[in-house]
Write a protein that binds this ligand. Structure first.
Ligand SMILES: [Cu+2]
Length: 110
């Protein structure tokens, strides 16, 4: 009897841990409206995600550039098609739209 109780307790602990981890990782929504990122500056915790919406009726693009200048291009983003990007590494990033060079925002990951 005692042997079967222990794994159950372990499972419950694991489940609680998984749930708290899921609750901890945040997702912040960024909209692209009138060819602007709104808001245009955010601070995240490592492991958080940004969900980019496109409320405009034109294509956008999301390119993430780290402090060393490495760019990660997430491709053309059609109106109404969200893109979710996870930020695992602390640092300062800028986000650009390659279609509209004036569109930029900053992301700080702590
Ligand atoms: Cu754009």
């Amino acid at each position: 009897m005692k042997i079967s109780v222990l794994p159950m307790a372990t499972l419950a602990t694991l489940a609680a841990l998984l749930l708290s981890t899921a609750a901890y990782a945040g997702e912040t929504v960024i909209d692209q409206q009138a060819q602007k990122f709104v808001p245009n500056a955010v601070t995240l915790k490592a492991g958080d995600s940004l969900k980019f919406l496109n409320s405009d009726d034109v294509d956008h693009n999301v390119t993430v550039i780290d402090a060393a200048g490495n760019a990660e291009d997430h491709g053309i983003q059609k109106p109404g098609a969200p893109i979710v990007i996870k930020f695992d590494k602390p640092g300062d990033y800028s986000v650009r739209c390659s279609v509209h060079p004036r569109m930029k925002m900053s992301v700080k990951v702590e």
